[in-house]
Design a protein around this ligand. Structure first.
Ligand SMILES: NC(=O)c1ccc[n+]([C@@H]2O[C@H](COP(=O)([O-])OP(=O)(O)OC[C@H]3O[C@@H](n4cnc5c(N)ncnc54)[C@H](OP(=O)(O)O)[C@@H]3O)[C@@H](O)[C@H]2O)c1
Length: 252
């Protein structure tokens, strides 16, 4: 029996595919039948992900998403050479802790470009003529940081809060293109990003954050499962929402 979770034949762009949540997402989508285009900056690590994918027709296309203005033309090129997209899983992101006294415009721009401006540029790219099929879905990876206060995290939190707000408007704007737009908001997940964050805290501070997750820390696959759901027809009546995937963090 084929379930509505299948993605057979769907061409999906996965950003952040060289590590963590993006890599787990790409692997799962390939197992669900999608044809995946992987992107990130590190070609060696993208090749490692490519080697893990199930099925055929996948490829990698290294790109620096901080180059916002170049994104729409790049998407056009990908769609022209490998067919229109039926989905986007935007998993690329950057978290750097910095107290507000150290925040300058360069830091603000760096985080906001990768986490928020790229999300809008990807939507702009995908809605171009010939870049998407008759129906599709965009899924963005936000964060519970948008809703939960954490010292030194104001810029990252603002970027993810902005993303959650943008998702609602994009969902309305892209209706006529047949594109649904949703987000997931993970709690703390075991990835390299979390390892880097752990290095900036004391063991007690890190444990206190872990303790705020009743189901424990998440695995990249936990987030990938939710992304796959929001990409698939199982969520065909859902648009404009942000789904917490956080081990109970927000309700604790
Ligand atoms: N881990 C968590 O606890 C957690 C919690 C909530 C939300 N999130 C969000 O989940 C997403 C994935 O996080 P993760 O933990 O998997 O992070 P990660 O292990 O650090 O991976 C980040 C990914 O983003 C890509 N990336 C970063 N800057 C880029 C740029 N300028 N251009 C293109 N790609 C870029 C990296 O690829 P290259 O290095 O190859 O460029 C890498 O594949 C992020 O949006 C993050 O904010 C994570």
């Amino acid at each position: 029996m084929q379930t509505p979770m299948h993605l057979t034949g769907r061409h999906v762009l996965v950003t952040g595919a060289s590590a963590g949540i993006g890599r787990a997402t790409a692997v799962l989508l390939s197992r669900l039948g999608a044809r995946v285009t992987l992107t990130g900056r590190d070609e060696t690590r993208l090749a490692d992900t490519l080697a893990e994918l199930a099925g055929d027709g996948h490829r990698m296309a290294a790109f620096d998403l901080a180059d916002i203005d170049a994104i729409p033309a790049w998407i056009k090129e990908l769609a022209t050479s490998h067919g229109p997209f039926g989905g986007l899983a935007h998993c690329a992101g950057l978290q750097v802790s910095k107290p507000v006294r150290g925040v300058d415009l360069a830091f603000f721009d760096q985080i906001l470009h990768v986490n928020l401006a790229s999300a809008l540029a990807l939507a702009r790219g995908l809605r171009q003529k010939g870049c998407h099929g008759d129906a599709g879905a965009l899924v963005y990876v936000a964060s519970v940081a948008a809703w939960v206060g954490q010292p030194g995290n104001a810029v990252y939190a603002a970027s993810k809060g902005g993303l959650i707000s943008a998702v609602r408007s994009l969902a309305m704007e892209l209706l006529r293109d047949g594109l649904r737009v949703n987000a997931v908001a993970p709690g703390l997940v075991e990835t390299e990003m979390t390892e880097r964050f752990r290095a900036t805290t004391t063991a007690e501070q890190f444990q206190a954050i872990v303790d705020r997750h009743p189901l424990g820390l998440g695995k990249p696959e936990d987030v990938a499962n939710a992304v796959a759901f929001l990409l698939s027809d199982a969520s065909r009546w859902i648009t404009g929402v942000t789904l917490p995937v956080d081990g109970g963090h927000l309700v604790r």
